[in-house]
Design a protein around this ligand. Structure first.
Ligand code: CA
Ligand code: CA
Length: 489
């Protein structure tokens, strides 16, 4: 019998072949089906991290709106699912696609101008509590702010269940103006090839206690109020804080974040300077609308971050959010490799409790204006007010917090106007091991780290390198620059 096979016109063939997902010509790899390579960082400790790679055809979807994204997650639940992001998805939109902003979320009674007036340090900080600390904010304006936060969070937070791969299509997939949440119920999650931008909190909170100090070198700072120039309201401290990280791994485990880019997008921190007068106008007291990029907290565990770019952001990777956390000990194990940090302020990462492996990463920034230990806080405050440098003063790269074990290998620090005291700091912990890292071309010297002296020994030894060879620091910049970030898979 004669076979008709070769009679299909070329154009029809290409259509049919594409529909049937049959590969002709050069093989195109479907990155969405890739698991984490074996033994590639802490995420791999308990075996394969597959995300949604076993998804059935109906749980392999491409979405381009917030509604389709949330619907796809809800429909699949914990079944393996691949969710492909096409183009830009704004998480702060309603089901018609209209962007929701401050006025849409504001609860009755919320008024930012009134909030600033009521809680201004010149007003609120004139009395201290029995521990000589400013009182926690209270009253209808703070209640209205919290209610507004709740409304925004309901809309902009995407909770990922277990067995999910979230991946960008092509080179321009973005998730903006919201927060991806991987909670304690979730494990086996992969996020790749997506640019995350501007996890913007419309309702930042002023915390008068955050970094408050009865500091005698600030003129007029004392516990008792005398007049406008003399009293606790003249003491330094207080910070604006906001809610949203681009990704919060809040209790989740076995998570791989790879080839993503994180920035503040169209609303960088430079647009939001401090709002209170001296001495509450240090650059660290800017009206902060962004929190972390990827924060790992609440006994989260087994995370690998590889080939990501973090750019133009302040507080970037917090691992463990409190020295008093009850359940973090033995968890918070994270690997960072081949990530690029550019124009970042601090926390790359700042670690508590976890064994944290940091190798072949690149940190580029400018530390002019950063805290210099030889100055008093007051002198430093004045110096920073004069600061006219890049958006984010690089203050601190690797921070060894309580009971953390940072193991650093062959990282590259390029720090204008700074050096080892910016690269490494004791932040309540004292374990820090390094081999092969370069700070401005010279071997990292931990005796020059900021804070109390660090142990140069490690409490643990990494074994989970996957297919990666640790590159010598001299080769890292080129590797990371050419390969890290979204759009490079
Ligand atoms: Ca904070
Ligand atoms: Ca956070």
């Amino acid at each position: 019998m004669k076979k008709p096979a070769l009679l299909i016109p070329a154009i029809l063939c290409s259509t049919l072949c594409a529909c049937a997902n049959v590969h002709f010509g050069p093989y195109v790899e479907d990155f969405a089906r890739q698991p984490l390579p074996d033994n590639d960082g802490w995420a791999a400790l308990e075996g394969p991290v597959t995300g949604g790679s076993a998804a059935s055809p109906e749980n392999d979807v491409t979405v381009s709106t917030r509604k389709a994204l949330f619907d796809a997650v809800a429909k699949a639940g914990t079944a393996p699912k691949i969710i492909r992001i096409q183009g830009t998805i704004n998480l702060s939109t309603d089901d018609t696609g209209r962007e929701l902003m401050e006025q849409d979320y504001a609860a009755p009674g919320y008024d930012f101008a009134a909030y600033m007036k009521t809680y201004a340090p010149a007003v609120w900080n004139t009395r201290l509590d029995e521990k000589d600390r400013p009182f926690k904010l209270s009253g209808p304006l703070e209640d209205a702010r919290k209610a507004s936060v709740h409304r925004q969070r309901q809309q902009v937070t995407l909770k990922l269940p277990s067995n999910t791969t979230l991946i960008g299509v092509g080179t321009d997939a973005k998730l903006i103006r919201g927060n991806v949440w991987i909670g304690a119920e979730a494990e086996n999650v992969i996020i790749r090839n997506i640019t995350f931008e501007d996890a913007f909190d419309y309702f930042p909170a002023w915390d008068p206690n955050d970094n408050f100090k009865l500091s005698a070198d600030y003129p007029g700072c004392q516990t008792t109020y005398v007049d406008a120039a003399t009293g606790p309201q003249q003491c330094p401290g207080g910070r604006w804080n906001s809610e949203y990280d681009n990704i919060s791994i809040n209790g989740g485990r076995r998570v791989w974040i790879d080839h993503c880019t994180f920035t503040d997008g169209e609303r960088p921190d430079t647009l939001f300077p401090p709002v209170f007068p001296f001495p509450h106008n240090d650059i660290t007291q800017k009206l902060q609308h962004h929190d972390g990029t990827v924060d790992i907290t609440n006994a989260a565990d087994l995370v690998t971050l590889s080939y990501n770019v973090f750019r133009d952001h302040d507080k970037t990777n917090l691992i463990g959010n409190s020295d008093n956390a009850k359940f973090d000990s033995g968890h918070l194990r994270v690997s960072f490799h081949h990530n690029l940090y550019e124009e970042i302020g601090q926390r790359m990462p700042r670690a508590r409790f976890g064994m944290v492996h940091v190798y072949n990463n690149v940190y580029i920034g400018d530390a002019s204006g950063a805290d210099i230990p030889t100055r008093t806080p007051y002198q430093n405050h004045l110096a920073v007010l004069q600061y006219r440098g890049p958006a984010h003063i690089m203050r601190s790269v690797l921070g060894a917090g309580k009971e953390s074990g940072l193991y650093s290998e062959a990282n590259v620090f390029l720090i204008a106007h700074g050096g080892n005291e910016i690269a490494v700091a004791s932040a309540g912990g004292d374990n820090f091991f390094d081999k092969g890292s370069l700070v401005n071309g010279q071997p990292l010297d931990i005796t020059k780290a900021n804070g109390k002296p660090l142990n140069a020994t490690s409490t643990w030894t990494p074994t989970l390198y996957g297919n990666n060879k640790v590159l010598p620091a001299s080769e890292v910049l080129e590797e990371v620059r050419s390969k890290a970030g979204a759009g490079k898979l």
